[in-house]
Design a protein around this ligand. Structure first.
Ligand SMILES: C=C1C[C@]23C[C@H]1CC[C@H]2[C@@]12CCC[C@@](C)(C(=O)O1)[C@H]2[C@@H]3C(=O)O
Ligand SMILES: O=C(O)CCC(=O)C(=O)O
Ligand SMILES: [Fe+2]
Length: 348
């Protein structure tokens, strides 16, 4: 594979260099801008049991104070996740030239490659990804001409399960904001058929010198909500801003068996009129290979999301102008982390 291709995709390709030596292109100099801390004491990331009688209240608090939380008792069978993991292994173990048959085309978000956010950073990510929206059948046929159906079946099974979980979480968040059950069904996120899902399968190869490389650079997700499954190996860190307890720090998100991590994205911050925290996060690398999946949930492409009228009414004025999900992604592709400022009402 040409270096040009990997450079364009901005992904890690181990066969391009010796595993032990980190090329300058992948060596980050500023990874310790803030200290990395363990999730203990006041930095313990909230863990929420979805069967908790106080679920709505707890979710609202976690979204406001953290923008990230861990969920247990989510109802997705471990076998579904095991099947997903074996297909992820199978996918990333393919030779680079096979994976490149389904490389993301310019301006297209599906297929194999890097992430849009990496283009704002001078260094490469220690990462390769595969993005799925809708059915992956066309890509799977190119990857495994003789046996593509098992991949598609597993993805479909996971998609169904994660979709209803995403829908449940979004509902709980809206209820916690004071939106009534009735009003909820009129929002662009009201039922699972209205919610759009994008699935990202991520692979972070092991590295003998993990302190100098980065899996994914710091970013917020543009979606309303992201549900991340980390397969037993941690790596995800969330930024906790300076408070009474400590200066700004990166808090490790533990990989607790049988749980998912839920992140609040930009659109939920907008919808909640700034109440919910769109958490900045990044992925670090370790000496162990790591696989994760991130599912992003948002409205259909033509639906605008603005501060909910329940929140931005007579007493509180709306902080943001409504945007569609693709509209926000476009602004982010130009303005990176200044995108929300650009749709802020008082700044214009
Ligand atoms: C549906 C999505 C969500 C995307 C864009 C598109 C496909 C790729 C997703 C991610 C995944 C990695 C972080 C992020 C910030 C990135 O660069 O690519 C995400 C981005 C977003 O949250 O906007
Ligand atoms: O791999 C992870 O834990 C998180 C991935 C992530 O943040 C993303 O795909 O947006
Ligand atoms: Fe993310």
């Amino acid at each position: 594979m040409s270096l040009h291709t990997t450079r364009k995709l901005k992904i890690h390709q181990p066969e391009n260099f010796e595993f032990d030596s980190i090329p300058d292109s992948h060596s980050w100099g500023n990874l310790h801008d803030h200290p990395s801390v363990e999730p203990i004491g006041p930095d313990a990331i909230p863990v929420i049991d979805l069967n908790d009688p106080k679920l709505i209240e707890k979710i609202g608090k976690a979204c406001e104070e953290w923008g990230v939380f861990i969920i247990r008792n989510h109802g997705i069978e471990p076998e579904v996740l095991n099947r997903l993991c074996s297909q992820m292994h199978r996918l990333f173990a393919l030779p680079a030239e096979v994976k490149l048959k389904v490389a993301k085309a310019e301006g297209n978000d599906v297929g194999y490659g890097g992430t849009p956010v990496s283009h704002f950073f001078p260094k490469f990510s220690w990462f390769e990804g595969f993005a799925i929206v809708g059915s992956p059948v066309d890509h799977a046929q190119k990857l495994w001409p003789d046996d593509y159906s098992s991949f598609c079946e597993v993805i479909e099974e996971y998609n169904k399960a994660i979709n209803s979980l995403g829908c449940r979480l979004i509902h709980a968040m809206l209820l916690s904001l004071g939106v009534s059950e009735e009003a909820l069904h009129q929002t662009p996120l009201g039922d699972s058929s209205k919610i759009k899902t994008a699935m990202h399968l991520n692979s972070y190869p092991a590295c003998t010198n993990p302190d100098r490389v980065l899996g994914l650079p710091p970013h917020t997700d543009s979606a309303c909500v992201a549900i991340v499954y980390q397969n037993g190996v941690s790596g995800l860190q969330v930024l906790r801003c300076k408070d009474d307890i400590a200066p700004t720090r990166w808090v490790r998100v533990p990989a607790v068996p049988d749980t998912f991590v839920v992140n609040i994205g930009d659109l939920m911050h907008v919808l909640s009129n700034g109440r919910f925290h769109n958490v900045l996060h990044r992925v670090t690398i370790s000496k162990t290979n790591r696989l994760s999946s991130a599912c992003f949930f948002g409205p259909q492409a033509d639906e605008k999301v603005g501060p909910h009228s329940k929140l931005a009414g007579l007493e509180e004025s709306p902080l943001y102008r409504p945007v569609t999900w693709p509209g926000l992604q476009k602004i982010r592709s130009m303005l990176h982390d200044k995108a929300l400022q650009a749709i802020k009402i008082d700044s214009n």
